[in-house]
Ligand binder design. Structure first.
Ligand code: ZN
Length: 266
């Protein structure tokens, strides 16, 4: 009888220990899946289509070399506001150039595809927005070439243009860039102004035929400014074209590793 009682005691001990272990395992599982869910919310991607833009090239779009034109350029994206700029470009039968950062290409592959399908242009703006002046040759090469690799995995080819982060270029950068380097003639300093109306007014008061305008599609105020600017520039008689289209309209053949700031009419 007493032997039975002892066996019963150890049996219940084992049951309680197993239940405690199962409870701890269950708590751990719940916590890690909650953290994973939180991470998904924090890291924004465009894997779920967010804007219902028809993914087609605008067949009515045609550059008239005789008419004034401007190349709007957007750096550092793609980001969560890029698709709203694309929607406005589409509505006004316009195009722009996007100098993308490689790490964002990975996060926004659908936006990259949309940029391409709309006939907008993609440029390389380094993998991690590094200051290339601070890197050795291997570092410079890695920053430039990995973006093209990321783009190729999404759209089948790398970029035909390059814009150095901060506009910083030295001899080493020149030696390792095999496409034209596109700078800008109108710097909106949107990241400093932080106000859509101010950015818009500055551009409207400054731009001339052939200008390349620098903006950033990673800020909400820049996207708002672009959304207001696109119809306002068209109203002023400008065509909004890509960098390569503007060069072609001005009969310029862009050369590898040469810096270009604007394509003014002759
Ligand atoms: Zn930049």
């Amino acid at each position: 009888m007493s032997k039975h009682k002892i066996r019963g005691f150890w049996y219940w001990c084992r049951v309680i220990i197993i239940q405690v272990i199962l409870l701890i395992a269950l708590m751990y599982f719940c916590r890690s899946s909650a953290l994973q869910k939180q991470e998904t919310i924090l890291v924004h991607t465009d894997d779920v289509p967010s804007v219902g833009i028809e993914q087609k090239q605008d067949v009515t779009y045609k550059v008239d070399p005789q008419k004034p034109m401007i190349a709007l350029t957007f750096d550092d994206g793609p980001g969560m506001y890029t698709q709203s700029i694309l929607a406005q470009l589409k509505q006004y039968h316009s195009r722009a150039t996007f100098f993308v950062v490689g790490r964002n290409v990975k996060r926004y592959p659908n936006t990259i595809k949309l940029i391409k399908k709309m006939g907008c242009e993609l440029g390389n703006h380094s993998m991690n927005h590094a200051d290339l002046l601070k890197l050795d040759e291997a570092g410079v090469q890695s920053e430039i070439h990995t973006v093209d690799f990321e783009l190729a995995t999404v759209i089948g080819k790398g970029a035909d243009l390059f814009r150095p982060p901060y506009g910083n270029v030295n001899e080493l950068v020149h030696q390792n860039v095999s496409v034209p380097m596109i700078m800008w003639s109108v710097d909106t300093t949107d990241w400093q102004r932080k106000d859509a109306t101010q950015i818009k007014e500055y551009v409207l008061n400054t731009v001339k035929d052939g200008d390349i305008v620098l903006m950033h599609d990673i800020h909400p105020f820049s996207a708002d400014a672009a959304i207001q600017l696109i119809p306002a520039l068209i109203e002023k008689g400008y065509q909004l074209v890509t960098v390569s289209e503007m060069a072609e309209a001005r009969k310029l053949t862009l050369e590898a590793s040469v810096k270009y700031f604007k394509f003014s009419p002759n």
